[in-house]
Structure formats: C-alpha cells, structure tokens
Design a protein around this ligand. Structure first.
Ligand code: URA
Length: 243
C-alpha cells in the first residue's frame, strides 16, 4: 500500500492533506523522513509516524449500512443524552463512526466505517456521489417549483447544484396535502433537501435517504444494520486494490 493511502486509511487526514504533510517532511518511515508520496510500504515491517505519532491500521476494515430511524443523532457522543446512531450498532466491536450525517429527524441509509480514507473520500464534495432522498412535503409543488429545484436554488450558505427531482407516481400519488418527491443530489450541504424545499415554499414533513451511489437501503428495517459486501464497498469507489 502507498504511504498516503495507509495514513489516510488510519483516519489521520485526507489523502490530499497527507500528501502535503509528506512534502513538508512530517512523515517518517522507520525513522527516515519520506518526501515523496507514493512511497511503497512493507505492511509487515515498516513503522510509519505522522508528526511523531505511530500510525497503525485497524486490524479489520469494516463497512456498515444502518437504517437510521428519525430521532437519533448522527454523532459518536451526545452531551444532551439523546439517542445516538451508535446505540444501534453496539454489537460491532470495531471503532466505527458515521460517514457524513443525517439530521436528527431524517431517516434512512447511513454508512459507518473504521476506514478513514473511505469516509473522507465519500464525504468530499469532489467525489460527487449521488444521494437519493424521498421527501414528503406539505402541499403540491408546482411544475415551476420542481424546475427551480432541478436548476438550483439559493439556500443559506450558497446555491445548490442541479439536482434530479421527480414526483413519485405523479400527482395522483399525492395524499391529502402531502406530496412525495424523489430528489437526487450530488453534494451534501447542511439540511440541504429541507432548505431546497423551503426555498420554493414547501415544508418537508418527512425525509428518508434511500440510496447512496448504487447502494440501496432496500428492505432493511428501521434501526437495523448489516455489513456491506466487498462488491458493495467497491461500488462506492473504494479502490482497495490500490497498492
Ligand atoms: N438533507 C437534509 O435536509 N437533511 C438530511 O439529513 C440530509 C439531506
């Protein structure tokens, strides 16, 4: 494995930040400063230090899909004592953490891992992995509102990039005053989907993430989790066979 991937996988920093640190002489292998990213490691014998600290990889990298129910905070610790997503994966002994976040009231597909490189790359904006949400919104958004969502709207913190937005089953599916809309976004601004609908005058009453990249939540029950298969991990762009 290359030096920068090794350190990023240990969760120290992103690969880009690690490369910078290597150029700046903050990384040693067997006590020798290495200035060239791409340095190949002998995983059995080499001792890597980042700013003097020994870097070790988790014994086993694991990737978990959780069906997050509403009412759970996406965090490892909550000072207010609210239910947290970690409560739902207590049977996993590895030191996993959430990849990105879903709001307290948002439900659906949440990934957790102990692979820092995977987590960094999946959440980095340049990765642009599509995330699919089902939003239940008050009222019936007009065609014009849907078009605005598709083209991008202004929300606190900037404008949203073009999104794929479609009515689920068309207007006939609208129950009472609540409409179900599918939204695929390629970025992850804070409360993005809720704020997008607010920008066009609709309140999201329920929000569920059903897919990340090609990975679907499927029929995993709320509160339950399962391990991803190697093929599913590879499908999310984990170039694990990089050496
Ligand atoms: N958009 C939101 O508004 N909330 C989420 O949790 C995820 C996307």
């Amino acid at each position: 494995m290359r030096l920068e991937k090794y350190i990023a996988t240990a969760g120290i920093a992103s690969r880009r930040a690690v490369k910078k640190a290597i150029h700046e002489g903050r990384v040693t292998v067997n006590g020798v400063q290495i200035f060239m990213p791409g340095h190949p490691l002998d995983m059995d014998t080499d001792c890597v230090r980042f700013e003097g600290q020994r870097v070790t990889l988790p014994a086993q990298r694991i990737y978990v899909m959780l069906h997050k129910p509403a009412g759970y905070v996406t965090t490892r610790r909550d000072e207010r004592g609210r239910p947290i997503v970690m409560d739902l994966v207590r049977d996993i002994s590895e030191n996993i953490y959430p990849v990105g976040r879903l709001d307290l009231e948002t439900e659906g597909l949440l990934l957790l891992t102990n692979d820092g490189d995977f987590a960094y790359r999946l959440t980095h904006p340049s990765h642009e992995i599509p995330k699919t949400y089902l939003a239940w919104v008050d009222g019936v958004p007009s065609d014009k509102a849907i078009q605005r969502l598709r083209e991008g709207v202004t929300i606190p913190g900037g404008s949203t990039a073009p999104a794929e937005v479609s009515r689920v089953g068309g207007r006939a599916c609208t129950e009472g005053t609540v409409s179900q809309i599918q939204v695929i976004i390629h970025e992850g601004k804070k409360r993005q989907v809720r704020l997008m609908f607010k920008a066009v005058g609709h309140r999201v009453v329920r929000l569920k993430r059903i897919q990340v990249g090609e990975l679907r939540l499927g029929n995993l029950p709320p509160g339950q989790h399962r391990l991803l298969s190697p093929a599913e991990v590879a499908g999310l762009g984990n170039d694990d066979n990089e050496v």
